[in-house]
Design a protein around this ligand. Structure first.
Ligand SMILES: [Zn+2]
Length: 289
């Protein structure tokens, strides 16, 4: 089991890097884009990963549901028809979307924020995002239009939100957008606590020396938080969510939980840093620096 996971980790890292490079070169095909938007193609049966954490996202972009003793916290909302997958998934798992108290939007790109207004209007959820990314909502959207949510709460660096006995701690990790919100929280496996982290903006599909330097500083800061054990990505492929879930389904009594993989998490951060440094070198060369 250990070696099986190692193989997927390495392959996933390479696939992940390929994906970021593709994005940064703008070479995502038209077919991939229409498959991304197709709710039937994108449908994933929702599933439980930890005692208090569930996957309610699509194939290419993720949404996660954190259960607390005082209601639900949703991370990201998808967009367009894909938001129905989130809402259906919450119901299929036996929860009520009216119990969503907070929606944490990792950053203001349509694939994460697109359903936020629906969560406000239909379920009365409170939306959290950084001030910088709330500002983006006021401006022209970068990739696509989406229904603009009303400004609710700001996520601040090192800020916390508590719901019942559950606490979230935020880390601002700019780069992918200027106000990416990352979150750390505790997940439980059969009652045992583990430190989980959601890096809210991973892709290198942005440009400019200054932004790339921001991104590099963000990754370096995450490397210094040395107690993270579980990677909860906001795009499934960047944390091998489905591969790990396959292993989780086969897990026998006494075996380790396949999402608990601190080594894999820090190796992944190392890979992100390398890719970002290569991008920075290119951008500096192009700028004649
Ligand atoms: Zn994005």
């Amino acid at each position: 089991m250990r070696s099986a996971l190692k193989r997927t980790t390495n392959r996933g890292l390479l696939l992940g890097l390929g994906f970021f490079l593709c994005l940064s070169l703008g070479s995502v095909s038209a077919q991939e884009l229409s498959e991304n938007d197709d709710p039937e193609f994108q449908r994933v049966a929702p599933f439980q990963v930890f005692d208090n954490l569930y996957y309610v996202g699509a194939k290419w972009v993720s949404a996660w549901l954190l259960e607390t003793d005082q209601g639900l916290i949703l991370f990201d909302t998808l967009y367009g028809d894909l938001t129905d997958l989130v809402i259906d998934g919450i119901r299929e798992l036996g929860f009520d979307p009216n119990d969503i108290r907070y929606v944490v939007v990792t950053h203001a790109h349509y694939d994460h924020i697109g359903g936020a207004k629906r969560m406000q209007d239909e379920f009365g959820a409170v939306v959290l995002m950084t001030q910088e990314d709330w500002q983006m909502v006021e401006e022209d959207p970068i990739y696509r239009e989406y229904p603009k949510p009303r400004r609710h709460l700001n996520v601040t660096d090192n800020g916390t939100v508590n719901l019942g006995r559950t606490g979230l701690r935020f880390v601002k990790t700019p780069g992918h957008t200027v106000g990416v919100a990352s979150t750390r929280f505790t997940v439980y496996d059969d009652g045992f606590p583990f430190q989980a982290f959601m890096f809210g903006g991973v892709g290198l599909n942005f440009s400019g020396v200054e932004r790339t330097e921001m991104y590099i500083n963000s990754v370096k800061r995450l490397q210094q938080m040395t107690d993270i054990e579980v990677n909860i990505p906001n795009h499934a492929a960047s944390g091998e969510v489905f591969e790990r879930y396959e292993l989780l389904k086969e897990r026998q009594e006494g075996q380790p939980h396949p999402f608990i993989d601190p080594e894999g998490y820090y190796a992944w951060l190392d890979g992100l840093l390398l890719a970002a440094e290569a991008k920075l070198a290119e951008e500096q060369a192009a700028a004649g620096q």
